[in-house]
Write a protein that binds this ligand. Structure first.
Ligand code: GLN
Ligand code: ZN
Length: 760
């Protein structure tokens, strides 16, 4: 059987976040394993059934995943970290035997640290980083996976297409604990997959998908050669038809490297990669990802058909999504409020269910089998695409005019030396000033107040008062701790992007459009549909409430333009840099208002600047130009005596050190504790001359750091940073922590700073 219509991958969390609820239930109470298992089964069954009845003829299936597909692969290959090996098998309930080791790897336990987690390519989905070493050997623990496949095949036959993370991608995402190269295991991993494939084939499977998104990035020719040899072995290992799927970039390199190896199909992303595919000679089936799997816009079906028809002249093609539908919400139908408030914009959108329909319509139209309903769908698409292109809702003349008038000078402040002098006299700070990143614990009471307000149980005034009381409490606690630069604690913010998006024009928010971020965590990214602007001040009153309560400086707290884009669904009808500048202008207005209200320090967070970095080196300079440019545009109107801070939360940013420096923020706080302050070395080498606060408390680890630990980290910092430039702060915001550990840890931090001041 060939494939005509499919999707590159499936979401797992459930349309109502059913898996999230079942997971969290199980983590609280291990006796609910049976419910967790049946929830995961039901979700996959329902999804497969719905996709098939919508007209797909092949559906990806990655097993019942309980956290993350890369972690699933680690479990399948028998390489969960050594430290969890003593955790007993879970031997009933219909869960995999390794499930408790699997969760211990993902989440840690009271005794064991969790594995690292990081962003999946340039998306906001996080995977669990495999931990390997030179002595790693793979041993298949495949009974749960094989059983899942057998169950699915039993229900849906050969339309079920199991998916595995491909060997190259798996190893490229791994880290080693001993400095060896994970890619040294490439041959061995291919051999392990070669043992697995016949076992999968035995379950009655016809097609097997191997995800190799790493193949869209620059790969060393020797490695490519090994990958080619490896795939030849895999193709010969069983009678499975192999599909190699790439996404998030151009698929041609994969085709070039692997055609003629016996791989029978390539899945390519022609939304974020080219559709030219010069290396495809029509030998293998081409799954053309014309429907955007990671954004929420309707497909221009006419344009997609044209692409498909062009390729179909060269060989056999099938219709698919650009990547897994994991990255988009399930179903647009449920957004009734959105439909009422933005009836026009809703017509321009397509979530998962709608995208599956688009694939099915395109596939029938391509084969000349379009039904009347399909013709109607094509017509509706035409109308919606035209309406969006012409809609005044996406265009704001004033915003455009202002953006056009931006000059290079608008992205520049006076030289650092001048600013530093002005700030020294404006701000009366001790050496090694202490501060935090912005948020304080989002307690049960804060969340309860927000829920009551949403439901209408309390009015806006009562909610506001509850938040103001919280701010007062946070200020009092910071004064007691003896911190030098205070924050208001961000209790009023549910999420650092959503909070601003709800106050900006051009953005809309959804009610049910959840997307898995990691494990059981979901986010509801807002959608940027039009020109962004700020109708009124967004944060000034909160700043004022806090500043009125203390003589110490309180930081104004904003989310930067790049992060505002990275954690939203962005418009695809103009360059990202254009949207980023619009957000920057809105932030500029906010900063002006904060300064007018007396703010002496303003922090503009950019935790996502690294995440959007293009996968291919050749695309990076252009990105960095607009990313840095928009941050500078947002902050450049701050007068010299106002200190601009920024915050980033990742530590391997050695390659981005110039970028950080180009942001020209007076002070940058960065994650550093977990990596033993490696960042500092890079800063020193780069001759960094702005203020810096390497985090001395790893807030992601659920324990209070020992005094000696923080003392040591701070003294390491003092070894490489000029004491006049050094700040003392945690790694990140504290909203996920509890008050007890927060207070105890900050006491340690303040005491470390006080001791170090005496020495410095
Ligand atoms: N100011 C934000 C906070 O403290 C920053 C969060 C982040 O870095 N992701 O929560
Ligand atoms: Zn952070």
């Amino acid at each position: 059987m060939t494939i005509h219509a499919t999707i590159a991958g499936v979401p797992r969390i459930g349309p109502d976040r059913e898996l999230k609820k079942a997971l969290e239930g199980y983590w609280k109470d291990n006796s609910t394993g049976r419910h967790l298992a049946s929830t995961a089964t039901l979700l996959t069954n329902n999804y497969t059934d719905a996709a098939l009845s919508a007209g797909l003829d092949s559906v990806a299936f990655s097993g019942r995943s309980f956290y993350d597909a890369t972690l699933d692969t680690s479990a399948l290959l028998g390489v969960l970290p050594e430290r969890v090996q003593d955790i007993a098998d879970h031997d009933n309930d219909g869960l995999p035997a390794f499930i408790d080791r699997y969760f211990a790897t993902a989440r840690g336990t009271s005794e064991l640290p969790a594995s690292a987690m990081t962003k999946w390519f340039d998306t906001n989905y996080h995977y669990i980083v495999p931990e390997l070493s030179a002595s790693t050997t793979f041993s298949l623990e495949d009974s749960a996976f094989l059983q899942d496949i057998a169950d699915q095949v039993n229900r849906a036959g050969t339309a079920v297409r199991p998916v595995l993370v491909g060997p190259l991608t798996y190893l490229s995402l791994a880290r080693t604990t001993d400095g060896s190269s994970a890619l040294d295991h490439l041959d061995e991993l291919f051999a392990t997959y070669a043992r697995l494939l016949p076992r999968i084939a035995d379950r009655g499977v016809e097609w097997l998908q191997l995800d190799e998104p790493t193949l869209v990035t620059e790969i060393d020719p020797d490695v490519l050669e090994k990958v080619r040899t490896g795939y030849k072995k895999l193709a010969a290992a069983s009678n499975l038809k192999l599909l190699v799927q790439t996404y998030f970039g151009d698929g041609d390199q994969a085709i070039k490297a692997l055609s003629g190896t016996g791989v029978q199909a390539f899945g390519v992303d022609v939304v974020y990669g080219g559709a030219e595919l010069p290396s495809w000679n029509g030998e293998e089936l081409l799954l053309v990802g014309v429907v955007d799997g990671r954004n929420v816009w309707r497909t221009d079906l006419d344009a997609a058909l044209e692409t498909l028809r062009g390729l179909a002249e060269r060989g056999p093609v099938a219709v698919s999504t650009s990547c897994s539908l994991l990255h988009v919400p399930y179903n647009l139908d449920r957004e009734t409020r959105l439909r009422a408030e933005h009836p026009d914009v809703v017509e321009w959108l397509a979530f998962g269910t709608e995208k599956i329909q688009e694939v099915a319509v395109l596939s029938r139209a391509l084969r000349g089998e379009a039904t009347d309903a399909d013709e109607q769908a094509l017509e509706a698409s035409r109308k919606a695409i035209a309406a969006r292109a012409e809609s005044p809702l996406t265009h704001n003349a004033e915003v455009r005019k202002r953006a056009e008038a931006i000059t290079e000078a608008d992205r520049h402040r006076d030289p650092v030396a001048q600013r530093r002098e002005a700030q020294l006299s404006a701000l009366d700070l001790p050496p090694l000033p202490t501060t935090t990143i912005g948020s304080f614990p989002q307690t049960q009471e804060i969340r309860a107040a927000r829920a009551k307000f949403r439901k209408g149980d309390i009015d806006a005034a009562a909610y506001d008062q509850a938040m103001k009381d919280e701010v007062a409490d946070v200020i009092r606690r910071q004064e007691q701790l003896g911190l030098d630069v205070l924050v208001h604690g961000e209790p009023e913010r549910n999420d650092m992007v959503q909070y601003f998006s709800e106050q900006l024009e051009g953005y809309l928010s959804t009610e049910f459009a959840w997307v898995q971020s990691y494990g059981s965590r979901c986010v509801r990214p807002p959608i940027i549909f039009g020109d962004v602007h700020r109708p009124e001040a967004m944060t000034v009153s909160w700043y004022q409430v806090a500043q009125d309560l203390t003589d110490k400086p309180v930081k104004g707290m904003l989310t930067g333009p790049v992060t505002m884009l990275a954690w939203s669904f962005v418009r695809d009808d103009q360059p990202l840099g254009t949207t980023a500048d619009q957000v920057a202008l809105a932030l500029q207005d906010e900063i002006d208002d904060l300064v007018a209200a007396g703010a002496q320090i303003i922090q503009v967070d950019e935790p996502a600047i690294r995440e959007l970095l293009p996968l291919r080196k050749e695309d990076q300079p252009e990105y960095l130009e607009w990313a840095v440019g928009s941050f500078r545009l947002a902050t450049a109107s701050a007068p010299n005596e106002v200190q601009v801070h920024t915050h980033m939360c990742y530590s391997e940013f050695n390659e981005l050190i110039d970028t950080v420096s180009n942001l020209d923020a007076d002070v940058t706080s960065i994650e550093a504790a977990r990596n033993g302050m490696q960042v500092l070395e890079a800063l020193k080498d780069a001759g960094y001359e702005l203020g810096v606060g390497p985090g001395v408390w790893d807030i992601h680890s659920p324990r209070v750091p020992a005094q000696s630990e923080v003392d040591d980290l701070l003294s390491a910092a003092l070894d490489s940073v000029d004491p006049r430039l050094l700040w003392v702060n945690p790694d990140c915001g504290l909203k996920t922590r509890g008050w007890d550990e927060t207070t105890a840890s900050l006491e340690v931090l303040v005491s470390a700073a006080h001791k170090a001041r005496v020495r410095a």
